[in-house]
Design a protein around this ligand. Sequence first.
Ligand code: ATP
Ligand code: MG
Length: 570
Amino acid sequence: MRYARMLLPTLKETPAEAETISHQLLLRAGLIRKLASGIYDYLPVGLRVLRKVEAIVREEMNRAGAQEVLLPAVQPAELWQESGRWQVYGKELLRFRDRHDRDYCFGPTHEEVITDLVRREVHSYRQLPLNLYQIQTKFRDEIRPRFGLIRGREFIMKDGYSFDATEAGADETYQAMYEAYGRIFSRCGLRFKTVEADSGPIGGSFSHEFMVLAETGEDVVVSCTACAYAANLEKAQVAPPSNPGSDPPAPLEKVYTPEVRTVTEVADFLQLPVEKVLKTLLYETEAGVVAVLLRGDHEVNEVKLKNFLKVQDVNLATEAVVQRETRAPVGFAGPLGLQLPLYADHSLRSTANLAAGANEDQHHYINVNIERDLGIREFADLRQVAPSDFCPRCRGALEFLRGIEVGHVFKLGYKYSQAMNATYLDAQGQEQLMYMGCYGIGVSRIVAAAIEQNNDADGIIFPVPLAPFQVLLVPIAVNDTHTMGVAEPLYEELTALGLEVLFDDRDERPGIKFKDGDLLGIPFRVVLGPKTLAREAAEVRHRRTREMQLVPLNALPGFLQDRLRMEMLP
Ligand code: ATP
Ligand code: MG
């Protein structure tokens, strides 16, 4: 491509609205422009990068046996009413009406549409398993679109869905997708971690997220420094305590605690360490109000709580509910005398002499003993893991890292096939539900994630597999006929060899061309000028290492091909 004719508007200044490095560089290097909040134009160079990601995704999905389809972005409400999600999806779903007043949405995901297609076309076990995917525009009306392509409202996703006759078959498909995802992210040149994620009602280890490690990531990854255990924060387990407390129990006593409400206030007032204060949280669920007990220094994990209670929703009780249940103002709730099911985090097992609210204005109990004084219905892992905790598998030290979720594989089970009646006839002629899985990749998010990981003060440093161009060819002066007499045929030759070359044929100063080239992050820069040509050579500079060398013109094509091959990764 010839630079002079391209729509490639680079910016000198960092746009004020861009908080993360990828957002800044995508704008500055002229890859994207914002149309509206969370909605972007892809300019020619940005689109080239996106297409590179798509090509890798497509190749690996096909290789893993999935078939590409393209489903409509606009979806009729009836399908979502059938699955029940029209009511529960909430405001992220962009809904609208057509001229006949029929309801539609712009697809944020495609479980309903694919299940509808498959239930109409697949009837026999002989047609299974089936694994279909697409690469397509999604719309989610995110509450907080931000970081450019990382959390857009309109974005490109690869979404895949598998249909198996049996759960065992679905497990195999899941494994194949899991492995394909590993290959995809490695081929994109990303440093990533595969983590266990919450699998909701299915349970087990059948949801994994693929996290690109980056400081600006919105997700927290908990990873063991000694073994392979890694999970996202909401899923990360906490091992039960190895040595339960052994304080000799003291007699229960009610004490006057004026205006002392929070855990820290109670600890200060009673001169106790915070872990000796019992936190009593009331939660409303569709199955009623429950009380959750934790150590004062621990935080509840609502995802774990929801899964443990097997409910759809958990919400911290409102002030009115707390007052009704405890008959005391907020801040004095405690487990003693509370007429609610009590669930305790397992770190509290057989702990002694804790302080707890007395369900009475201005009063707390001291010396509460979990086993002696309370009828705990069940102990469970209900809290958020903390940096001081140990690995649940090997008791090694944990580290907390930040990550950007670029992919998600998930066993869906019968959720949609049941709601939408997607069945097949087995070998005995019996009607059976199909077992489903779903597999998402944030294709446009990968473009941003790759830049988050690969940049320096001068701009982007694209991994070769994602680079919009592999070679930037810079003639020092486009008015110099000798230089251009070499540069033009060289451009043609390299292009004919299949190299992707951006030919900077602009009549600009070399400094400007070099700055733009660095900003764009093209892996190899080849400079031609009177000085290099006097030696029948070109100056080749590697963007990442900045290493420079003179390469004889006749050896240049081979040199570039070899170096690029070396950097193409797996
Ligand atoms: P998140 O927790 O980041 O909102 P999600 O759980 O809603 O993600 P999925 O429904 O699993 O995401 O979507 C599949 C993939 O699509 C994600 O792994 C992510 O890479 C990408 N993705 C999701 N939401 C967005 C968005 N708003 N902008 C860009 N990519 C997105
Ligand atoms: Mg989301």
